[in-house]
Design a protein around this ligand. Structure first.
Ligand SMILES: Nc1ncnc2c1ncn2[C@@H]1O[C@H](COP(=O)(O)OP(=O)(O)OP(=O)(O)O)[C@@H](O)[C@H]1O
Ligand SMILES: [Mg+2]
Length: 325
């Protein structure tokens, strides 16, 4: 029997760790056999505060994916969010992370910036050729990448993401983080009926109060608007956005916010905006095509390509990636 070809992707995000194990089919495409997910513990505001807890999150996600796939691989292509030292404070250093990764018994074959991994999963070859902006709206980080002529030509990370919306809601409405997250997901950016109210519980979970839904929606809107404004400012310093004819593709958990496309269209002054979900690989379960899994799935796509393509083409990709490391 031919030897099976297995690849693993490990995305250590600011809110969750996702491990994906895929079998590469003879035509070079990975078919996902197992996906494991665990909340990211031991990281606060991008700083590893508890290496052992982070190690446990990684080990748990990896263990779940291994059990589902029936494979016990320990080598993975890895990604984690990085924020430029110049613009932000989020900095999960290699050293802190590698200790947690080692505690989990995992070896990272190569690190790929998570926004580039996401691009692998959600952009078509045409998008990459004609010039397209990828925006990965993560938990604590918004990743930006521009693909052109088939390769990533630019990346940037903003130290602000979807978790900021949740904490704004929690602080302004005097409620818990979990209530903030619930309100964010249920309300999104859709304009509510002016008279409608939301029932929310107080911080201790006992007292329940009513707040105007419009006020909650305005809190969500002002934060996401800020993210788009910063992204637009940053990108227009480097590109004439009208020349990127592929427009904007949004992915990551923030792209699931109800009504986010309409806001992005007006803020980015571009009518070509879409949500990008992982779609190119053999994904046997519908729920795995969610944009929250873009980076993890992109890693196995990258890994499959890397291990099956002829070395000439690979070295081209390697050079491009090296520019972002
Ligand atoms: N259906 C939804 N509607 C609105 N927001 C959502 C939805 N699902 C997830 N989110 C939000 O998306 C965020 C997490 O996104 P994602 O899973 O892409 O982050 P991550 O990869 O862990 O973080 P990062 O990329 O910053 O490291 C959370 O703030 C979560 O509340
Ligand atoms: Mg992410």
């Amino acid at each position: 029997m031919a030897r099976r070809h297995i690849v693993g992707g490990l995305d250590i995000g600011t809110t969750k760790v996702v491990s994906v194990i895929a079998e590469v089919s003879p035509n070079g495409y990975p078919v996902i056999k197992g996906l494991g997910e665990c909340p990211t513990l031991g990281v606060r505001k991008g700083v590893v505060v508890d290496k052992a807890s982070l190690g446990k999150s990684i080990a748990h996600a990896v263990g779940l994916s291994q059990a589902m796939a029936g494979e016990t691989i320990s080598e993975f292509y890895g990604s984690f969010p990085v924020v430029s030292q110049l613009t932000g404070t989020l900095q999960i250093t290699d050293e802190q992370l590698s200790e947690s990764i080692a505690m989990a018994g995992v070896k990272i074959l190569q690190v790929i910036p998570s926004v580039i991994a996401s691009g692998e999963a959600v952009l078509t070859d045409t998008h990459k050729k004609i010039g397209t902006v990828l925006m990965d709206l993560g938990g604590a980080v918004t990743g930006l990448a521009v693909f052109d002529q088939g390769v990533p030509v630019y990346t940037h990370s903003l130290p602000i993401g979807s978790e900021h919306i949740t904490s704004d809601l929690a602080v302004c409405l005097r409620t818990s983080i979990s209530e903030g997250d619930r309100i964010k997901r249920s309300l999104g950016l859709i304009e509510p009926d002016p008279a409608s109210t939301l029932e929310i519980s107080g911080v201790g979970g006992h007292e329940r109060r009513k707040v105007p839904a419009g006020a909650a929606r305005d809190i969500i809107k002002s934060r996401i608007q800020e993210i788009f404004e910063l992204a637009h400012q940053e990108l227009s310093q480097h590109f004439r956005l009208a020349s990127l004819t592929g427009g904007f593709i949004l992915t990551g958990g923030g792209s699931l916010l109800k009504g986010v496309l309409d806001l992005a269209i007006s803020q980015m002054n571009c009518c070509k905006v879409a949500v990008g979900s992982p779609a190119k690989v053999g994904i046997p379960r519908e729920e795995w095509t969610s944009p929250v899994y873009a980076s993890a799935i992109g890693l196995v796509l990258y890994g499959a390509k890397r291990s099956t393509r002829r070395s000439g083409r690979l070295s081209g990709w390697r050079e491009v990636l090296d520019r972002f490391m």
